[in-house]
Design a protein around this ligand. Sequence first.
Ligand code: ASP
Length: 325
Amino acid sequence: MTAFKNAPDQSYLFPHRHLLSVEELSAETITALLDISDVYADHNRARPSSLTSLRGRTCINLFFESSTRTRTSFELAGKRLGADVINISVGASSIKKGETLIDTATTLNAMHADILVIRHGDAGAVKLLSEKVNCAVINAGDGSHEHPTQALLDALTIRRRVGHLKGLTIALCGDVSHSRVARSNIRLLTAMGASLRVIAPPTLMPNSIGQWGVEAFTDMRRGLAGCDIVMMLRLQKERMQGNFVPSVREYFHFYGLDREKLSHAKPGALIMHPGPMNRGVEIDSDIADDIDLSLIQEQVEMGVAVRMACLDVLCRPNAVSLGEG
Ligand code: ASP
């Protein structure tokens, strides 16, 4: 490895073959991933020469849904660790010619990739693929189900700014129903000792919310009262069949984050958004761009560090391969 001050703990063994969901991660595993990510975040800020720990490894990004931040940061993460990174654009691949999902995965598997990073529009599709290949698989978002690396980067962003996760009150606001970011974050932040709230219009509140271990609100001002962190969610129009909100104007009026609604949260409450943002729909530009309150750019930055950590631990021998899992 090239000069690298404070290298991440090399002795750590990730206890799984794949990274498919937050649900399978213990608080101990989450903490270990955040600690390794922290080291990479410092490394990235200092801009030293590239690392070589993944030299000779191949990472393939297979995205069936569009992505800017996630795909680019996985690519950058792999390259910063010295891996060969290949991006498969589904539009230009044989998938368009009718090849099945599983044929695509087994074809890529035959090329001896070390890691497949997959995003798919259907919940459970990434897990299904992981059962058909020999290499490690990372879930980069499957339908409305999970987006584990997003939750890890959100937790890292909060931990670096606030210093801890335990005891914080965090509100997730907007289209909770269709959001994989909400599901992964609720699992992860709850496991780390935060109290979670969701705030959504009744049409975008999941029916099963009573079993999620969160406090649910349909009124922004009541839901935001006393919150430390306000995480806004995008209206996921691509997952909606029919009209879930009367109009964008009305949605912003009741659920869009502006200074007045934010004044109900704790003074100095921090703002997050996983992107892509719909300015003037779920968040006012004035707040999104307020560098004192908005952590949105740091979320993007931490995305690269977290994905470096995930690629790193999945390329090591793991507790499962060593018979300890
Ligand atoms: N980028 C996030 C995701 O892939 C959030 C969003 O699209 O709204 O789920």
